[in-house]
Ligand binder design. Sequence first.
Ligand code: FMN
Length: 184
Amino acid sequence: MEAVDALLSRVSAPRLTGSVPASLLADMVQAAQRAPDHAQLSPYRFLAITGDGRTALGELMVAARLADAPDTDVTTLDKLRLKPLRAPMIIVGIASPTPHPKVPEIEQLLTAGIALQNMSSMAWARGFGAIWRTGDLAYSKHLQAGLGLVAHEQITGFLYIGEVEGRLKTPSKPISAELLAHWP
Ligand SMILES: Cc1cc2nc3c(=O)[nH]c(=O)nc-3n(C[C@H](O)[C@H](O)[C@H](O)COP(=O)(O)O)c2cc1C
């Protein structure tokens, strides 16, 4: 897909199936590294979770939820356990900022977010779908520890990726006057 078409047509794909080729994953990692990055700090890293790893992620989600909210009912836990199975691959985006005299943390978090979005855009441009999800558990210390994050790291998102199943919505966001003003 042409870059302009990809940028203007991207929508999230909530239903994903099939598999993600290794070549696409490699392209996505390259695209992530094209995020603007003040002082070239690369303040991000990623985990790719596929196959049985998704089952392990579901179990980790259940354990984290129980640690955070021990009274969670079984139905909720069962739903949670199945969530990672909604796509053949999940990329966990991790912001990994480091103290820097000229680059405040906010800039590094933005870079990490853009890097994950670049991955999503690459998947879309190559004909695959993705959806960026977080949910409470992205902010759970138990889940973060289970995924191996260290103290200064945060989850930017769970990027679900795969072949698109079903119909997608048509993007319909006309430029609004409130979004763009000319100054002065
Ligand atoms: C940081 C971040 C976190 C998000 N978390 C969720 C989420 O947990 N669940 C969800 O359904 N959508 C979430 N979204 C929104 C979807 O990724 C998506 O953008 C939204 O459904 C609008 O669809 P569109 O991308 O096709 O415009 C999140 C988006 C961002 C940027």
